[in-house]
Write a protein that binds this ligand. Structure first.
Ligand SMILES: C[S@@+](CC[C@H](N)C(=O)[O-])C[C@H]1O[C@@H](n2cnc3c(N)ncnc32)[C@H](O)[C@@H]1O
Length: 228
């Protein structure tokens, strides 16, 4: 099953069910308020994205996919880390997020080192084994079909490729439920279950401090064919 080329009408992009579940501009930024939400993400999500890039252990030459890239700030940082021999791709269901992320990465896009496409996690417009690394930050909770999405991530990663899922989460003594932080670890557990079913092994589940909250981090590796 090989897919390539940009999706005109990505699956999930108009999924009313997903929209009802989130009811939030953070799950699918749209219009003026969506632009404000994207600006807030660019400021507020820095530590979570830093934790994801660290866990990915990015190196020159890596081909990196970010699912739910939002404003594209982390994508630009990842592009610098993988250097001229590497490349980055971002996907997001939100047309406005794609616009902002393209603007933010226009220099890299013009040089053929970055692309940003409108697509859902469960229908990635990429070839099999196109990436060496993939990640998603504070996005997994919005995916309407998490199991299909994990299957897609397994498909587009090379055997041995690394996947990192990061969720904003509450620490043991944190009462704050900012942006659903109390549900963060439960989401990580769901991501672990889905990833295992899709053919990933769990490398580590860990956390990094992020102000009063923590970045909950799940690190996976795609198992080679035949060992699943
Ligand atoms: C809270 S924002 C986080 C954005 C970015 N990762 C960051 O850390 O700033 C969640 C993003 O996931 C995107 N998203 C939601 N559902 C998605 C799906 N099924 N596939 C791809 N992206 C999705 C949203 O449009 C939004 O841009």
């Amino acid at each position: 099953l090989t897919k390539s080329g940009a999706a005109d009408s990505p699956s999930g992009a108009d999924d009313a069910g997903a929209m009802d579940q989130t009811g939030s501009q953070f799950g699918h930024p749209r219009g003026l308020v969506g632009r404000l939400a994207l600006a807030a993400m660019a400021v507020k999500n820095g530590r979570y994205n830093q934790a994801a890039r660290d866990a990915l252990a990015l190196a020159p030459g890596d081909r990196v996919l970010e699912v739910g890239c939002g404003p594209g700030v982390s994508l630009r940082k990842a592009a610098r880390l993988v250097g001229r021999t590497g490349s980055v791709a971002g996907v997001d269901v939100s047309r406005d997020a794609v616009r902002v992320a393209r603007h933010k990465n226009h220099w890299m896009i013009r040089r053929g080192r970055a692309q940003v496409l409108q697509a859902g996690a469960d229908d990635l417009p990429f070839s099999d084994a196109q990436f060496t690394r993939a990640y998603a930050v504070n996005s997994f909770q919005f995916w309407p079909k998490p199991q299909e999405a994990m299957g897609e991530l397994a498909r587009v990663l090379v055997p041995g490729g690394r996947l990192v899922i990061v969720q904003r989460s509450a620490g043991p003594d944190t009462t704050s439920d900012f942006a659903g932080a109390q549900g963060g670890w439960e989401r990580i557990e769901r991501a672990v279950d889905a990833a295992k079913q899709a053919g990933f092994s769990v490398v580590d589940v860990t956390q990094e401090p992020a102000g009063k909250l923590v970045a909950a981090i799940a690190i996976f590796e795609k198992l080679p064919e035949g060992s699943r």
